[in-house]
Ligand binder design. Structure first.
Ligand code: HEM
Length: 498
């Protein structure tokens, strides 16, 4: 009672003061936004939807309709490019579609990854997630130290040795496809490719983590990036968020367990494989002086490899099957090459993979139309002139491979699926095709992923006929990464009777 009477006496005094402070802060913020507009509005861009929210209502609308936000970026690039502006609150981002500027910024270590996006991935709903691992490390020195140590696990020598793992895991997928062929059941290719990619990454990190766990996290990261603020405050998402926290915790605790076992083996002088897990342990520093932060750091990379290395490859494989299903002539040509290079061999060698030139072209063309990780971004730390437009420092530069690869000025008839664009004699795309990003922060797993994809596709073409279930959509589901909306359901038949 006493508290209530004190409150009722104070509220009339405090409330106006609070409203006054709030009003002044709001006015100050609006003035700051106006200053930002004045500073950057000479850069061409679409009209803002709202003074404060800028262009974000347009993007949110696209996401609500389950559209592909990169198609909006494409429209803007065609209308306002090669450099255009987007405002969200007081942030300014610019889309860059000038090959020279792309080269200058992405190829240089001087431009850091953008803090706004990458810091968000440090934690996932209060649970440490990618932390300071390779993808999200912002500090150059910290990143460089890890990258140098991780590099050997992706060297061509080590990858050559991994070919048998790729074969073994792809054979498991072939067994699943055999079951579908024999039972005449529809195969959801996206699901099956997700399983095989997870199978490979768990094998090379030497651990087992359930499919559901990683899938749930992948899915959430996507929602978290696309709906950064709202997602966690909607009560209907709370039980899902709890499951994700648990999945994320499980991933880290499994990592801790396996890292400890491997560390013990290393300390006992046992012969351990030079795989991703061993390199992760080395990247964290000297074992005798290992701090709690070093331990966390190892787990950051453990989680990073699961997330970076699984879904992107699975989605690429699914899009590839989707496009081959739509283009019987290209499918036939790819199959003919596989028959010539591999014949009926069960084990595909590293050298065989090098001879599958047309299949490489098909995979590259798949990533041109469907870059499963569509872009990257950098902070502009000094003023720059891009195609005659002065860009004051302080903006975030967005580089979007989806957009540039669908622009007529870079690729003739861009929506046509045509692997001959990547014929060895064709001119190389000039800083407009970068599905693995470019420069020092380019994908570490690029060769790993493409070897894995080639082994899986070569075995699939060697052994099975597949047709797309009629009536399926060829749309893209944009969840931060890109995947086929339909899941690519296929009818599978054996090519050769066993
Ligand atoms: C088709 C498959 C893949 C695609 C399209 C892809 C694409 C990318 C892209 C665009 C980036 C830059 C991300 C950014 O700037 O935020 C990246 C970074 C990275 N990727 Fe991949 N990736 C693929 C597969 C893999 C695999 C299989 C692994 C590991 C086994 C992997 C490990 C990494 C790592 C560690 C980085 C961070 C590199 C650094 O900053 O030093 N990726 N990837």
């Amino acid at each position: 009672m006493a508290i209530l009477s004190v409150l009722s006496a104070w509220i009339p005094l405090v409330l106006p003061l609070f409203l006054c402070v709030f009003f002044v802060a709001f006015l100050g913020y609006c003035l700051y936004i106006k200053y930002v507009h004045l500073k950057y509005d000479h850069i061409p861009g679409p009209p803002r939807k709202s003074f404060i929210l800028g262009h974000s209502p347009i993007l949110v609308e696209v996401m609500k309709k389950d559209g592909v936000v990169h198609d909006t970026f494409l429209e803007w690039a065609e209308t306002y490019g090669p450099v255009y502006r987007i405002n969200i609150l007081h942030y300014v981002m610019i889309g860059v579609y000038c090959p020279e500027a792309t080269k200058e910024i992405l190829m240089s270590p001087k431009y850091p990854k953008d803090k706004f996006l990458y810091k968000r991935l440090f934690n996932l709903f209060g649970q440490r997630f990618l932390g300071n691992g390779l993808v999200t490390a912002l500090d150059h020195e910290q990143w460089y130290k890890q990258r140098r140590i991780m590099d050997p696990a992706f060297s061509s020598l080590y990858l050559r040795g991994l070919t048998s793992t790729f074969n073994e895991r792809a054979d498991k997928l072939m067994d699943k496809l055999s079951e579908h062929a024999e039972n005449k059941t529809v195969a959801n290719m996206l699901h099956l490719f997700n399983c095989v990619a997870l199978d490979v990454i768990t094998k090379v990190q030497a651990v087992f983590v359930g499919y559901n766990c990683v899938f749930k996290i992948d899915f959430t990261v996507a929602h978290f990036i696309n709906h950064p603020i709202l997602f966690q405050f909607k009560p209907q998402n709370w039980s899902f968020i709890n499951e994700v926290r648990e999945a994320s915790h499980l991933l880290r605790s499994t990592g801790a367990q396996w890292i400890n076992q491997r560390k013990t083996a290393m300390q006992n002088g046992e012969d351990v494989p030079k795989d991703i897990l061993t390199q992760i342990i080395k990247s964290a520093g000297q074992e005798e002086s290992m701090t709690k932060e070093d331990e966390e750091f190892m787990l950051d990379n453990f989680v990073t490899f699961f997330i970076a290395g699984q879904e992107t490859t699975a989605n690429q494989l699914s899009f590839c099957v989707m496009e081959l299903g739509r283009h019987p002539d290209i499918l036939e040509k790819a199959r003919k090459e596989v028959d010539e290079v591999i014949g009926m061999k069960r084990e595909i060698s590293y050298d065989d993979l090098g001879n599958l030139t047309y299949l490489s072209q098909v995979l590259k063309e798949t990533l041109r139309l469907y870059p499963t990780a569509p872009g990257t971004s950098r902070d502009l730390i000094r003023d720059m002139v891009i195609e005659g437009v002065h860009i004051p420092k302080g903006v975030t530069c967005m580089f979007n491979s989806y957009t540039s690869c669908r622009m007529e000025k870079f690729f003739k008839d861009p929506l046509k699926f045509d692997p001959d664009r990547f014929h060895p004699d064709a001119p190389k795309p000039y800083y407009c095709y970068y599905p693995f990003a470019l420069g020092p922060r380019a994908c570490l797993g690029q060769n790993f992923a493409q070897l894995e994809a080639k082994v899986v596709m070569a075995k699939l073409l060697q052994r099975f006929d597949f047709t797309l279930v009629p009536g399926q959509s060829f749309d893209i589901k944009d969840t931060g990464t890109l995947r086929p909306k339909s899941g690519v359901p296929c009818i599978i038949k054996h090519r050769h009777t066993k």
